[in-house]
Design a protein around this ligand. Structure first.
Ligand code: UDP
Length: 409
């Protein structure tokens, strides 16, 4: 049995939930893939998450050394906004499980602010280091878009955990700077480790074959992938399509489901109707994560119009498939995408600027190919094995594990 043991706390993002619907997205993908890759390196990981309505087994395994343990705290259907009140109950249940099974861990790694509260308490009680990845920060989200409202407790907990955590993982220099500037975090405690991508799943395929499998004709395809919610800025995608004066046929594909009933989806559909684009936009709904390479490969351009992204896994997945990305210059997107080399970053959420970049790409096969090749090359440095080795080393500094990575972000 391995000597390295970590507990992951991911209260509301079960790594087994399908991303792209409800609240499931990049965080669920990150937790699952990171744990699996650390497991492949020999670490035993228990992931503690809240019991939710689709749980069939209390304990599920991923590979040979990762377990997902569902802990009852609050009603399975409870909304994320109600979970703060259930944190003590979750902590107590994790402790009970740990004691019943005689489990010890060398490090606790928590994901998102709710989990960071639990991770802090648990690590302090066990006398082991606490590593935290916030995934998003309340103060940054609220600064990014008028109308973003966060629970009052959230920035307070984020600040308190930043002060006590042994190590904080930030996805980009932008996120690290925000921790220091907005929350007073100690920069020396913040490490930059990017998200990763599964390079064997997200890889270049023959475009014609991918299009054939999706039943597409010869139109140029603009692709959006992600949860449908206001922060994702889908209005900009529609306005961009409305600005295109390409002589070629252009279709827009929106992959992903609405986070909140159909509120944002209805708003986007209405805008599409007002712009007379109803027949050009396909709302595909949620697609199985492992089916997405077909969509990225069928697309000419992947558009990421978000108001804010702490990382932006979708951009990295598109690049890994060799598809150019046009994105807003915000958060982690400005770190992943190299402007002019792997795609284009637009400083303003301005449809003219987006349309101009998209037009440039779809009207030049040579440009599309060179951006795509550079994107794949960049993504190759961000496979999960590399990223997991960097995270392992963050634990190693705190626990005395032997180090693994010679790769720095
Ligand atoms: N995704 C998916 N199916 C969908 C839509 C999205 O598997 O129908 C996945 C996508 O591949 C990506 C994640 O959901 O891995 C979204 O992550 P991102 O960081 O772009 O956004 P977040 O959800 O974290 O805001």
């Amino acid at each position: 049995m391995s000597e390295q043991r970590a507990a992951f706390i991911t209260l509301h993002a079960c790594p087994l939930a399908a991303p792209g619907q409800g609240k499931s997205g990049g965080m669920n993908v990150y937790v699952r893939q990171l744990a699996a890759a650390l497991g492949d390196m020999g670490m035993q990981i228990d992931i503690f998450t809240r019991e939710h309505s689709d749980v069939s087994n209390r304990i599920e395994t991923i590979g040979t050394s990762v377990r997902v343990i569902h802990i009852k705290a609050g009603e399975p259907e409870a909304h994320v906004g109600e979970l703060y009140a259930h944190l003590p109950e979750f902590l107590e249940q994790v402790n009970t499980f740990k004691e019943e099974q005689g489990l010890e861990y060398d490090v606790v790694h928590s994901h998102y602010w709710l989990s960071s509260w639990v991770g802090r308490e648990l690590s302090q009680a066990m006398g082991v280091p606490h590593v935290v990845t916030f995934h998003t920060l309340a103060l940054l989200k609220m600064q990014s878009r008028a109308g973003e409202v966060e629970q009052a407790e959230r920035p307070v907990v984020e600040g308190e955990v930043m002060a006590t955590a042994d190590r904080i993982i930030a996805f980009s220099p932008h996120e690290r700077d925000a921790m220091v500037r907005l929350y007073g975090a100690d920069a020396a405690k913040v490490s930059l480790v990017p998200c990763g991508v599964d390079l064997s799943v997200f890889c270049p395929l023959d475009r014609k074959t991918a299009r054939g499998r999706l039943g597409l004709n010869g139109d140029k395809i603009l692709l959006y992938v992600g949860r449908v919610e206001p922060l994702k800025g889908l209005d900009l995608l529609v306005e961009t399509a409305a600005q295109m004066d390409s002589e070629q046929g252009v279709r827009v594909m929106v992959v992903g489901a609405d986070v909140n009933g159909d509120r944002e989806m209805d708003r986007v559909k209405l805008l599409a109707k007002e712009r007379d684009l109803e027949d050009q936009i396909d709302f595909v709904g949620q697609v199985d994560h492992n089916e997405l390479p077909l969509y990225y490969n069928a697309a000419d351009v992947c558009v990421v119009p978000s108001y804010y992204e702490s990382f932006g896994l979708v951009a990295l997945e598109a690049m890994a498939c060799g598809t150019p990305v046009v994105a807003t210059r915000v958060g982690g997107l400005s770190t992943i995408i190299q402007h002019g080399s792997t795609g284009y970053l637009k400083p303003w959420r301005c449809p003219d600027a987006f349309a101009n970049s998209v037009e440039m790409i779809i009207s030049s096969d040579g440009l599309q190919q060179s951006l795509g090749e550079a994107g794949r090359k960049r993504a190759e440095g961000m496979g999960w094995d590399n990223v997991a080795a960097m995270v392992w080393d963050e634990y190693a500094v705190l626990t005395g594990y032997p180090t693994k990575s010679d790769n720095k972000y």
